[in-house]
Write a protein that binds this ligand. Structure first.
Ligand SMILES: Cc1cc2nc3c(=O)[nH]c(=O)nc-3n(C[C@H](O)[C@H](O)[C@H](O)COP(=O)(O)OP(=O)(O)OC[C@H]3O[C@@H](n4cnc5c(N)ncnc54)[C@H](O)[C@@H]3O)c2cc1C
Ligand SMILES: NC(=O)c1ccc[n+]([C@@H]2O[C@H](COP(=O)([O-])OP(=O)(O)OC[C@H]3O[C@@H](n4cnc5c(N)ncnc54)[C@H](O)[C@@H]3O)[C@@H](O)[C@H]2O)c1
Length: 470
């Protein structure tokens, strides 16, 4: 086979490249050794469905202030699972082999291995494409923790498949997957403790993370932000996690959400001259590996240019590779305007520079804030917890934004556009935003940039002068 592209791995990254390239008329071979859709279908979408069930349960508890008698929700775990299966099934349909074939992609099953820089073998097939795209994703990593190898534990992907709801869940980890699943399970009625090896959600603004952590603790999620646990033990009857303080957490289940690892054994990358380390397959800004005809994208891309392991980053990588591999256009990965979001409630989202990062290269920055509590929409929906924090330079150019509060993951898109296009607060202040929406909160933060100027005596004198002129 001598296609234009051979894509290895059919997660969101590989599928995006394969389907776009085929739609543009390229000949494409896509190789997958397991389930089509990868971590998106089994991980992100299943977690999304669980969180939606958790929100539905929470609505019962929060009904009283609206004048509706609150009730203790009765969580029917098998039906929660059915909901998750339904949502996962729909996503799997979108990413199926049949869909790919209909788009003109040739799908092969199995695990290819390189035999030379541009040749891979798969069973009887010899594949010699113009370009290879490695999109082999990542798998859950188990930290090097005494006792873990002998203790039964869940991976994030396995939670929605549990036959019964965990009574007491201990979560190891402190990044989005750990925190999102911790809150979802708590709202579905489990007792939940999170043992993070340090501050949770380290990639986000610490002030806003503190607000989220306080909200989670009020709901009963027991968050321990300390050094990595000393060890774990247990069996089918329960698990024990010993913390550095000597305290012991006991639970019915252990969930390990402590990062991902890239599995490249079996691909014989050395035969292709492709380099990898613990972070993944090493790529440059154009996502080329050490072998310039082999690209690596999505979760499996490693090194300083790869970005975070998220579905939207994987899709962005796919777009960059299409331009490089098909059009020979030297497109590079976005580094400034990559949003990150945590789908908790309140949600948390960030884009661009944090306050600390902005101050590393500038002597002065402006911080603009606006609280959710001043929004009519937030007050009506009783979602007043939260704020937006915008970082600008002295002239008002938007460098970054972080939001904690309802729909933060949706609201961050406007600020992503602002950071990407180098917009200033005036651009957002002058935008007409529909009333009553959560988007107004960001607009009011932008408008607050001019508040000190409005108090200037010169401006007041000018207004007085104009008044006298009739
Ligand atoms: C619980 C959970 C929740 C998440 N939530 C979010 C979220 O809310 N938002 C977000 O943006 N991201 C989220 N993510 C991350 C997101 O799912 C991943 O970043 C994204 O799906 C990665 O896509 P990928 O195509 O790079 O890799 P993968 O989805 O891992 O796909 C790689 C594919 O390659 C195949 N493969 C591997 N090796 C070989 C081989 N040798 N030969 C053939 N095929 C091979 C695999 O079987 C797999 O199908 C979440 C992840 C998890 C686990
Ligand atoms: N909303 C989103 O965009 C979203 C949501 C979920 C996941 N994702 C992505 O999916 C990927 C996987 O997420 P993740 O949270 O599993 O991994 P991660 O790599 O983001 O974080 C791993 C966490 O595990 C912790 N850890 C490491 N060793 C530990 C130990 N011994 N004990 C306890 N904790 C330990 C780390 O300190 C870290 O907090 C991430 O790259 C993430 O960005 C994105």
């Amino acid at each position: 086979m001598k296609p234009d592209l051979c894509v290895i791995g059919a997660g969101v990254a590989g599928l995006s490249v394969a389907s776009t390239a085929a739609a543009l008329g390229a000949s494409v071979v896509l190789v997958e050794h397991a389930r089509m859709g990868g971590a998106l279908v089994g991980g992100a979408v299943a977690a999304l469905a669980l969180r939606a069930s958790a929100e539905a349960a929470e609505a019962f508890r929060r009904a009283t202030p609206f004048g509706i008698a609150a009730a203790k929700p009765r969580v029917d775990w098998p039906r929660v699972r059915t909901h998750a299966e339904h949502v996962v099934g729909a996503a799997a349909g979108d990413l199926s082999e049949a869909r790919c074939r209909a788009l003109g992609v040739r799908v092969l099953r199995g695990e290819p291995r390189f035999v030379s820089p541009l040749t891979a073998l798969l069973g009887d097939h010899t594949i010699q494409p113009r370009r290879f795209v490695l999109a082999v994703g990542s798998s859950p990593a188990a930290p090097d923790l005494p006792g873990l190898a002998d203790t039964p534990f869940l991976t994030p992907e396995a939670v929605s498949d549990l036959p019964a709801r965990p009574e007491r869940l201990i979560v190891l980890g402190g990044e989005p997957v750990a925190v999102e699943l911790a809150q979802a399970l708590r709202r579905l009625g489990s007792e939940v403790a999170v043992a993070a090896p340090g501050r949770i959600l380290e990639r986000f603004d610490p002030e806003l993370v503190a607000a989220l952590a306080a909200a989670l603790r009020r709901e009963g999620v027991d968050i321990r932000e300390i050094a990595p646990a000393r060890g774990v033990s247990g069996g089918p009857d329960g698990v024990r996690v010993e913390l550095q303080t000597g305290e012991v957490l006991t639970g019915s289940h252990l969930l390990v959400a402590a990062g991902r690892r890239v599995v490249t054994e079996g691909l014989d990358l050395d035969k292709a001259g492709v380099e990898a380390d613990a972070s993944g397959i090493l790529v440059d800004r154009r996502l080329r590996t050490a072998n310039k005809r082999v690209f690596a994208i999505g979760d499996c891309a490693g090194g300083p240019h790869a970005g975070d392991r998220c579905a939207h980053v994987a899709a962005h990588h796919a777009a960059v590779v299409i331009r490089n591999a098909l059009f020979r256009w030297p497109a590079r990965v976005e580094t400034r305007a990559l949003p990150l979001a945590v789908r908790t409630s309140p949600a948390l989202a960030t884009v661009g520079l944090s306050e600390a990062q902005a101050l590393e290269t500038r002597r002065a920055v402006r911080i603009l804030r606006w609280p959710y509590a001043e929004s009519d929409r937030a007050r009506a929906e009783r979602l007043t917890e939260g704020e937006i924090k915008v970082i600008t330079d002295k002239s008002g150019v938007i460098l970054g934004a972080s939001i904690v509060g309802a729909r933060a993951d949706e609201l961050i898109t406007t600020w992503t556009l602002a950071v990407k296009k180098g917009l200033s607060v005036a651009d957002l202040r002058d935008l007409v935003v529909p009333y009553p929406t959560f988007s107004e909160i960001g607009q009011r933060a932008a408008a607050s940039f001019d508040a000190p100027r409005a108090r200037s005596p010169w401006l007041r004198r000018a207004v007085a002068l104009l008044r006298r002129l009739g």
